[in-house]
Every structure is written in C-alpha cells, then in structure tokens.
Design a protein around this ligand. Structure first.
Ligand code: FES
Length: 274
C-alpha cells in the first residue's frame, strides 16, 4: 500500500546518543505521523546546505502522538553530521517513503517473530508497536556484537514483547548470532519479519526456506534519489511466472529498494546477487 509523502522542515526535539555509535532523534510531524507505516523510511538531509548532496535513508523507529523518532547508526560523514545536530536545530525530511511490512492480518495463531541484527532492530520496534495492538504473543530476537551495543531491550519489554538476545562475544544472552536464536524458535506457524546486514539476511533466508516459513525482509541499501527515479538502489528479484511460461517457473527482474521495497518477501530476492 502506497502512502502520501511530505517534504517538511522540523525543529529537532532531541538527538541523544544511545550507544557508542547510535543516536535517537525526535521531532514532531503530524503529516508524517498520519501516514507512516512500519518498514517505511525517511529521506533526511544531514545539513542545511547541499553538502553532502545526498539525503540519508533512515527507517522510522517509533511514532506516538505525532512525535517521530528515528534510531540511526553513525556509519559515514552524513550520519556523523546528523549526530552533531542538537535540540532546536532544523531537520529537512522527505517521507514516509517505500513500502512497509504487511502485518495487518497477523494474528496470535501466526506467532509473529521479529528478528533484528544490529541497527536492523530500528524498523522492527515500530512494527512491534503496531503488532502488540493486534497480537499478545510478539517475540523479538535481537542480535548484537557485544552487550554494550544491544539496542531497545527495555523498550520492547515495556511493549510486553518476549525478548531474546544473542551477542557475538557471549557477553549477554546466547553466545552466537540472532540466526542461532531463530533456529531454536522455528516452526511452520511463524510469521518472520527481519532486518539486518546482508550476510545475516542470507542466513535467515537459508533457514526459513528449509522450513517454508513466511518471511518478510527489510533491506538496508545506499540510496540516491529515494523515490524510484535513479535506479541506484536496484536489486535482482525473482519474478514468479506461470509454469507454462518458464520451465523453472521463475524469471528474474530488477526492483528498486526505495520504491518497491525496502520490505520484500524473502523469497523474492536473488540472494546470491546481493
Ligand atoms: Fe533512486 Fe532508489 S535511490 S531509484
């Protein structure tokens, strides 16, 4: 479902460091709050000039009472400049953009499970906010490299989600990856929603395809225009066709992460090309 998007300039309410390299920023926008769905993103100008030229795509982390919250990781110059902004500064935002998760028909019997690796937990928190309104058994699996970089446990527990954590160094939760956590939970009734780095997503794909579990994935990708015009974010996808048209039942085509995604059915992506 497409939503209307807006170009707005808003005053930052707060921009706070929450871990060694992650920040949480809030601003008010009735326009965006009225439209945004979990999984959609905002295209944000990191300074008040055109340097850097390109906006940065950052997913919506939370919306409550018209207050938009984003949770972002400093990974380069643009997000570094964004992290320097303080309360009262202005932010230039285009959004909400892209497709969101398809979650409206998820019910208790489908066992929704959200799987976030690193900063990939950001769009899943917004999804959890919405899912707990319709399901009482939302499980969230969080993967981090170490205890200090785990994000959002308290917030997710406050939503009454069942939260499980893994760390690469074993300093908290399961010593292993979030895919190891998922492996322990797998059954055919699960409805999986996942976001994280591509190597993790590939592992999730291998796992869920073995069990034929319904899964949606939110992709993180560098973007230029953010609105489907430049093809800079195109990925190869499987286009399912009628068997009589193709002996293997499949052909491939390209889709734009910014416009056709960033959320896709996990089966739709040609993972070996990612
Ligand atoms: Fe331009 Fe996606 S960023 S088409």
């Amino acid at each position: 479902m497409r939503t209307k998007n807006f170009s707005v300039k808003k005053e930052i309410i707060e921009n706070t460091k929450v871990s060694s390299d992650c920040y949480r920023m809030t601003f008010e926008s009735k326009e965006i709050a009225g439209q945004a769905r979990p999984g959609q993103f905002l295209h944000i100008r990191c300074t008040e000039s055109y340097d850097p030229l390109l906006r940065r795509p950052i997913s919506v982390y939370s919306i409550e009472n018209n207050i938009i919250e984003i949770l972002y990781k400093v990974i380069g110059r643009g997000t570094g400049l964004l992290s320097k902004k303080t309360s009262g500064d202005t932010i230039d935002v285009l959004g909400p953009l892209g497709s969101g998760f398809d979650y409206q028909l998820v019910s208790n019997c489908q066992l929704p499970i959200l799987v976030g690796g690193g900063i990939g937990i950001a769009p899943l928190y917004f999804l959890a906010q919405r899912l707990v309104e319709q399901c009482s058994n939302v499980t969230v699996l969080i993967g981090a490299d170490t205890k200090r970089s785990i994000l959002c446990i308290d917030e997710l527990e406050k939503l009454d989600c069942k939260v499980k954590v893994s760390t690469d160094d074993g300093s908290f939760g399961l010593h292993g990856t979030v895919v190891d956590l998922l492996r322990k939970e797998l059954n055919s009734k699960l409805k999986v929603f996942v976001c994280g780095p591509v190597p993790m997503l590939k592992q999730v794909n291998q796992l869920v395809s073995k069990y034929n579990v319904s899964s949606q994935v939110s992709l993180e990708r560098q973007m230029a225009c953010g609105v489907g015009a430049c093809m800079g974010c195109a990925i190869k996808t499987q286009k399912l066709k009628l068997k009589r048209q193709n002996s293997k039942g499949k052909t491939q085509n390209y889709k734009r992460v910014c416009k056709d995604g960033p959320v896709f059915d996990i089966k739709e992506i040609v993972w070996e090309e990612m």
